[in-house]
Design a protein around this ligand. Structure first.
Ligand SMILES: [Ca+2]
Ligand SMILES: [Ca+2]
Ligand SMILES: [Ca+2]
Length: 135
């Protein structure tokens, strides 16, 4: 199957997006650069849907709501963008170290994406994290 969004130089930013941004689709150094100095490359920022020129723009979980009042079911909401071909992975941890994938390849829905998560075991503490990638 042909990649609908070819990324010739492998810097995570598809060719046509690079052209639109004024980047070079055959030079990975622009995607690997970190224009706003926040520690994330321009390519990773494109994936995450964050602003590569604003170091305060981050992919983050905005809220975790306890739906039942008994810590059994949560609604997790995070910032997202509908960049074509970008999907999110939602993971859960009970100790902050071991991460369990809850759902992978979640398409973005506009500027916020929400998922309902059921508790796996009777743990008192739960951590959530979200990552962006192109499958
Ligand atoms: Ca590229
Ligand atoms: Ca490039
Ligand atoms: Ca950056």
């Amino acid at each position: 199957m042909e990649d609908p969004l070819p990324d010739l130089d492998g810097d995570y930013i598809p060719n046509w997006v690079e052209v639109a941004m004024g980047f070079d689709p055959q030079d990975p150094s622009d995607g690997r650069a970190d224009d706003d100095g926040d520690g994330k490359s321009n390519g990773k920022e494109w994936l995450a849907g964050t602003d590569r020129l604003d170091r305060n723009s981050e992919l983050e979980i905005l809220s975790v709501v306890d739906l039942t009042g008994a810590l059994d079911q949560f609604e997790v909401t995070w910032t997202s963008v509908s960049n074509p071909g970008v999907f999110y992975d939602l993971e859960l941890s009970e100790d902050g170290h071991a991460w369990i994938p809850i759902e992978i390849d979640i398409p973005a829905t506009a500027t916020l994406t929400k998922r309902i998560v059921n508790r796996l075991s009777p743990s008192r503490r739960l951590f959530f994290r979200v990552g962006a990638r192109r499958p």
